[in-house]
Design a protein around this ligand. Structure first.
Ligand code: ATP
Length: 467
C-alpha cells in the first residue's frame, strides 16, 4: 500500500477512468457538456454488474418484490401531485461579480449549519444572522462578498412533446422525471391487479432521472443526467418500523457484501423530516477524494403521502382492502433510493489501490470479483508465435461463452498484467511454450500476483471455484 496518506485523489480516479475507458466527459470534441458523463467499455460493464447485483438482492432473491420499467415521460399532473412542481427547488446564490452559481444550503454547511431541506427563506434568515456576527459568505470561485440572496431554483428539466414543439406552451410541456419512483406509484394499482402480489410487497425500478442541478461538480457524484435504483415497499402502517429496520439492514449489508469496508459507511439520521415521514436515514460513504462522508443512499419512510396524493389528483381509488380483515387503507411506503452512478463512484473509490512493487507503483482496482468488468484476460506469451496465439484463442473462445473475457497479445507480458490490474481483472491466463507441451496455462491472481499452473482441461472448473 502506498505510504502517502489519502492517496485516493479525485484527480487520479478521474484520470484512470478516462485513460482506461471507464468514463468520458460528454461531448468532448465539442468542448464538453457540463455534468453529463459517458460510460466506456469497462464503465458500462461495471455499471451493469452493479445494477445486476442490486436487482439480484432486491428482486431475484425475494418473493415480495417485483420489477418495473416505466417511461421517463409521464403525465405532467404526476409532478403536481408529488409536489415536485411546487417545491423541488434548491436555494441558488449567485456571485454578482464572477457570476458563479452556488447552493445556499451547501454554503451554510461549511459553518456547521445543517441546512439540508431547509426552505430558501430560512436560509436567508440564517445568512442574515451570520452577518450580524460579522460572518459574511464568500463566493467559492472568486472570493467576492458581493452575493445575491438565495432564491428558489427548480431542478425540474422541461421539454415539450406533440405539436407545436417550437414554443414551450402550457399545452405541450412535459418533464423528464427527476426520480424513478413516480412511475412506481402510478403502476402500483396495475401491478396489484395483474400479479399475485399482496401487501406487504415492493416494486423496484432502475432507470434514468434528470435534475437541473445548480452545482454539478465532483465528477459523477452529482450529475444532471443519472440513473437511479429505487424500491418502494407498500405496507400496513402497523408493521412499518419492523420492516424499516429490516430494509436498513439489507441495504447496509449489500455494501459490505460487495466489498465496502464497514468503517467507510455510516448512518445519517434526517433531523428535518417531511411532514409525512416518521423516520429517514441516509447511508453515507466516506468519499475521501471528495472530502469525506457524503450521501450514498436514502432509506426513508414516506407514510401514505404518495398514494394519497395520486388518488386525490387522479380521482382513482388507490386504497387496499386486506383480504382477511377487510380493512381498507392507503398503504404506507418505505423507500430505498440510490444513484447507480454514485454507487459506481463509491465502489471505484473503495477499489482504487496503489502498491509499491520493485520500487514502482502498481495501481489496482480491487473490485469484488462479481463486480469486475472483465473476469479473465487471456494472453499468448508472444504475439508472433502462431501456435501460442492459436491455443490462447481457443481458450478465449471457450471461456467467453461464460465470462466477460478479453484477449490481449499487445506489448510485453508485464505491461499486459498492469493494464488488467488497472481495470480490476481478477485473473490473467497466459499460454506459454510449456503450455504447448504440457497442455497447461499460468493463472495469475490480481491481488496476490501469485501464478499457478492449471491444466487446460481443469481451467473451467478452477475458474468456477475461484470466481
Ligand atoms: P442530494 O442531497 O445529494 O442532492 P437528494 O437528497 O436530493 O440528494 P434523493 O432525492 O434522496 O437525493 O435521491 C436519492 C439518491 O439518488 C441519492 O442518494 C443519490 O445516490 C442519487 N442522486 C440524487 N441526485 C443525484 C445526482 N444529481 N447525481 C447522481 N446521483 C444522484
Amino acid at each position: 500500500m502506498s505510504n502517502v496518506k489519502n492517496y485516493k485523489t479525485l484527480e487520479k480516479i478521474v484520470s484512470l477512468c478516462k485513460r482506461r475507458g471507464f468514463i468520458f466527459p460528454s461531448s468532448e470534441i465539442y468542448g464538453g457538456f457540463s455534468a453529463v458523463y459517458d460510460y466506456g467499455p469497462y464503465g458500462i460493464e461495471l455499471k451493469n454488474n452493479l445494477s445486476c447485483a442490486w436487482w439480484k438482492e432486491i428482486v431475484q432473491k425475494r418473493e415480495d418484490v417485483v420489477g418495473l420499467d416505466s417511461g421517463i415521460f409521464m403525465h405532467p399532473t404526476t409532478w403536481k401531485a408529488s409536489g415536485h412542481l411546487d417545491s423541488f427547488d434548491d436555494p441558488q446564490i449567485d456571485c454578482k461579480d464572477c457570476k458563479a452559481r452556488m447552493r445556499g444550503d451547501h454554503m451554510l454547511e461549511e459553518f456547521n449549519i445543517n441546512a439540508d431541506k431547509m426552505k430558501t427563506e430560512d436560509i436567508n434568515k440564517k445568512i442574515k444572522k451570520l452577518k450580524e456576527k460579522n460572518i459574511i459568505l464568500k463566493c467559492k470561485n472568486c472570493g467576492s462578498k458581493n452575493l445575491t440572496q438565495a432564491k428558489n431554483f427548480s431542478l425540474m428539466v422541461k421539454s415539450n412533446l406533440g405539436s407545436p414543439t417550437d414554443v414551450l406552451s402550457e399545452d405541450n410541456i412535459v418533464y423528464l422525471r427527476p426520480e424513478t419512483c413516480g412511475g412506481i406509484y402510478l403502476n402500483y394499482k396495475n401491478i396489484l391487479d395483474s400479479t399475485r402480489v399482496k401487501i406487504p410487497f415492493g416494486i423496484a425500478q432502475i432507470g434514468k432521472a434528470f435534475r437541473n442541478e445548480i452545482v454539478a461538480r465532483q465528477f459523477i457524484f452529482r450529475t444532471r443526467e443519472f440513473e437511479q435504483m429505487e424500491m418502494q415497499y407498500f405496507l400496513h402502517p402497523k408493521i412499518i418500523q419492523e420492516k424499516y429496520n429490516e430494509w436498513k439492514k439489507i441495504r447496509w449489508n449489500f455494501y459490505i457484501n460487495y466489498g465496502i469496508k464497514e468503517e467507510n459507511l455510516r448512518w445519517l439520521k434526517h433531523e428535518k423530516l417531511a411532514h409525512y415521514a416518521a423516520e429517514a436515514y441516509d447511508i453515507e460513504y466516506n468519499f475521501n477524494a471528495l472530502g469525506g462522508f457524503k450521501e450514498l443512499e436514502g432509506i426513508h419512510q414516506r407514510g401514505d403521502w404518495d398514494l394519497s396524493q395520486h388518488q386525490k389528483f387522479s380521482g382513482i381509488k388507490l386504497d387496499y382492502t386486506d383480504p382477511i380483515t377487510h380493512e381498507k387503507y392507503i398503504p404506507h411506503i418505505i423507500e430505498t433510493s440510490v444513484g447507480l452512478n454514485r454507487m459506481l463512484l463509491a465502489f471505484m473509490h473503495e477499489a482504487y489501490t496503489e502498491e509499491t512493487v520493485n520500487k514502482e507503483t502498481r495501481v489496482i482496482l480491487k473490485f469484488d470479483k462479481r463486480l469486475a468488468p472483465i473476469k479473465i484476460a487471456i494472453f499468448p506469451l508472444l504475439k508472433n508465435k502462431l501456435e501460442l496465439v492459436k491455443k490462447a484463442r481457443e481458450i478465449y473462445n471457450n471461456l467467453k461463452l461464460e465470462y466477460m473475457c478479453e484477449f490481449d497479445d499487445n506489448g510485453n507480458i508485464g505491461k499486459r498484467y498492469r493494464r488488467q490490474d488497472e481495470i480490476g481483472t481478477p485473473y490473467c491466463v497466459t499460454v506459454d511454450f510449456d503450455s504447448l507441451e504440457k497442455n497447461d496455462v499460468t493463472v495469475r491472481d490480481r491481488d496476490t500476483m501469485k501464478q499457478e499452473r492449471i491444466k487446460i482441461e481443469n481451467l473451467k472448473k478452477w475458474l468456477k471455484e475461484n470466481l
